[in-house]
Structure formats: C-alpha cells, structure tokens
Design a protein around this ligand. Structure first.
Ligand SMILES: C[S@@+](CC[C@H](N)C(=O)[O-])C[C@H]1O[C@@H](n2cnc3c(N)ncnc32)[C@H](O)[C@@H]1O
Length: 237
C-alpha cells in the first residue's frame, strides 16, 4: 500500500462498526447541511469518502457533486447514488473540466491531513476556480501540530460512549494500531497545520479565511476553516 488513497480504497478498519460508520456520515451530513445557505445551492464534497448520508445533503441543496479519488469508493458512490438526480459523482481530475464559478459551497472534510502541502495547494487552486465569487470553501477536521494522537483516541471513545459502540471502538482502535493505517501513519505521516499557518496558506491560495467556532464531525480538538475568494473582502473606506 503506497498512500492514503490506496488505504481508503482498501477494506480498512477506520470505522469500528457499521453503527460507527453510519453515525459518522450522518454527523458529517448534518454539519455540511448547516453550511448550505440556499436550497438551490450547488455543493461540492471534495474527497467525500463513502458519503453514506449524501442523499440528506442533496435534499438540502440544488445539486451535489461527490468527488472522490479512490476508484473503488467512487464505483460504489456511482452505484449507490445513480437513482438520485441531484447527485453526480466525479473523479478529482473531472473537477478540472467543470465550469468555473459554478459551485456555491465546497467542503473538504478530513482530507488535508492526507495530502502533501503541495497537493493541498493544487486542490485549493481547483476549488477556487470552481467557486462562485460569493461561494465558500469549508475545510474541516484540520489536525494541529500541538495535538497528538491521544486526543484523536479520546474523541473517538467519547463519541463511541455517547452512541453505544464503545466496545467496538476499543476493538477497532486495536485493529487499526496493527493495520496498514499505523504503517502509513509512520511512513507517510499526516499533515498538521497551526491556525495562523492555515489562514496564511489559504491567503496564498487567494482566499480570505477564518476559523469556525466548532469543527465538523466528532473531534473538537481539530479545526474547521471557512474561506471565501479574497477579493470578496469588504472594502474599508
Ligand atoms: C477520512 S476520509 C474523509 C472522507 C469524508 N470527507 C468524510 O469527512 O468522511 C479521507 C478521504 O481523503 C481521500 N484522500 C486520501 N489521500 C488523498 C490525497 N492525497 N488527495 C486527495 N484525497 C485524498 C480518501 O480517498 C478519502 O476519501
């Protein structure tokens, strides 16, 4: 296994059980819906994973593009959402061919940690081209340099205890510790960004951004940023 895309295309153990996986995607969908400002909005979920609750998101917007690099995951998305006229599945390359200024809301949740800094820059350029001038990019679940794996474990256990899958979560953590995840985490690593570092990175990519009060998903120690085209900044006279 070479990289994180291969990992997410494999039969991985990142979700401790079906219940964990379902709850995860329900929570992400709920949080994405919170950022949709109009029922006509065109929404892009960049590296959406299995997106099991995407139909809920689609109900709240005009059109939902699910973009996913892992070919196996993408195949399942195509099969799962074929009957849903509001959902379109795309590869990341396809996004380069989409019309510019056609997206109102782009979500990239729990993805930046798996990309090199240069890969994130190119993804930001693709997204900036796609966003309408009034559009927003929501970059969720950003790992901070000063917060280690212990907090990830704690956040998962709290989420599991609240929703009744603590035993599965403990078993899942043990399997993950022995799996390709652990090897990749050691060999390839995960990218982390401080708050001002991410704001600067977004500024260099042509966005003006601020940190949201709450993170998307279950882990309060990770960060979410909301970004807009930098030229949208109100002029001070
Ligand atoms: C933890 S999952 C997040 C899925 C979904 N966004 C969510 O919030 O549940 C990570 C996603 O990042 C994608 N990914 C991993 N490495 C990537 C890379 N280098 N570039 C783009 N996407 C990547 C994987 O295919 C997977 O869909």
């Amino acid at each position: 296994m070479d990289d994180w895309i291969d990992y997410y295309d494999s039969t991985h153990t990142i979700y401790a059980s079906k219940l964990h996986r379902d709850l995860h995607f329900q929570l992400i969908a709920r949080d994405i819906i919170g950022y949709i400002s109009s029922p006509d909005a065109v929404v892009l979920d960049y590296a959406c994973g299995e997106a099991l609750s995407a139909a809920k998101v689609a109900e709240a917007c005009g059109k939902l593009y699910l973009a996913e690099p892992a070919p196996g995951v993408r195949g399942r998305l195509i099969a799962r959402f074929a009957p849903n006229a509001k959902i379109r599945v795309r590869s990341l390359d396809d996004l380069r061919k989409m019309d510019e200024k056609s997206v109102d809301l782009a979500i990239m949740n729990s993805v930046a940690q798996y990309m090199t800094s240069a890969e994130l820059d190119s993804a930001l350029a693709v997204i900036r081209r796609l966003l309408r001038p009034s559009g927003r990019l929501v970059l969720g679940d950003i790992l901070r340099p000063e917060v280690g794996m212990f907090r990830d474990v704690l956040a998962l256990l709290k989420f599991a205890a609240t929703h009744g899958f603590l035993k599965d979560a403990l078993y899942g953590l043990a399997s993950t510790a022995l799996s390709d995840y652990r090897q990749l985490r050691t060999r390839v690593g995960l990218q982390r960004y401080g708050e001002s570092e991410m704001i600067q990175k977004l500024a260099a990519a042509g966005f003006t951004a601020s940190r949201a009060h709450v993170n998307i998903g279950h882990n309060p120690w990770r960060m979410t940023f909301v970004a807009r085209h930098a030229f949208d900044r109100p002029q001070v006279t």
